[in-house]
Design a protein around this ligand. Sequence first.
Ligand SMILES: Nc1ncnc2c1ncn2[C@@H]1O[C@H](COP(=O)(O)OP(=O)(O)O)[C@@H](O)[C@H]1O
Ligand SMILES: [Mg+2]
Length: 272
Amino acid sequence: MSSIKISGLNKYYGALHVLRSLDLTIGAGEGVVLLGANGCGKSTLMKCLNGLERPQSGTISIDDKDVTSAKGKQLRSIRRDVGVVFQQFNLVENLSVFQNVLYGAMGQRPGGLLTVWNSLAPNTTREKAMHCLERVRMADKAGYRCRDLSGGQQQRVAIARMLMQNPKVILADEPVASLDPKAGREVMDLLWEVVTEHKMTVFCSLHQLDLAKNYADRIVGMKAGRIVLDTQQVNADNESLAELYQGDTRVDSASNGYGLPGVGTGMQEEPA
Ligand SMILES: Nc1ncnc2c1ncn2[C@@H]1O[C@H](COP(=O)(O)OP(=O)(O)O)[C@@H](O)[C@H]1O
Ligand SMILES: [Mg+2]
């Protein structure tokens, strides 16, 4: 059984061909790191996997459920099994650590019912939230507002929120890109410990080679919208990894078939 199966995936933003015929299968319980330079399409791929963006062609299934055609109730049901961790944490900064973790049990985005939920949440749910906070060593900060925490602490809270949801598959999009190297390693250690404990499947984008080598079972490399490398971590050689960052790495560079770099995409990232 495969946890994630992508086939013939193409995604365009206007004229910009971002994901270029991707095929990828990730088995249940595998820990796969996605490497690639800025602008090669990693986040777009993650968003397609989560149903936040629709590809123009191709299919994606998660646990044999078709993400690309799912809508409404079906899509929400798939998303309940998919935990996400973002570069920018995506916590509600004004709410407490504890409240943010309770959200994980709601299986949806925070809404108007939040305060009601917070006071009505069953004891078992509240206990589970505390347990998740203990797991990430943040129980002593349960009452803190998220905006008063360091980046590394916020990402640990985001991991607790993800655990609360009890997902089978984790998508992490550059979860340590906003952290200093020490906090980044702590967060990666913790993330990998919890996914291993719970036998979750993890697909995690990074742009640090050294981290990829420390944690991944398997490394998938993207360059300019294509998968150009797929290897067991132990077989990954420095040369082919370094190659991911050389030459035309971005999908929006002229030589990658995009006529006017930076025009018409609506947004630009800083070059690597
Ligand atoms: N919503 C969007 N609208 C238009 N272009 C986008 C959008 N999101 C990303 N892009 C473009 O798609 C390309 C790939 O971006 P992205 O997937 O964010 O790459 P990465 O995560 O590898 O840095 C970039 O050229 C970026 O400007
Ligand atoms: Mg990105």
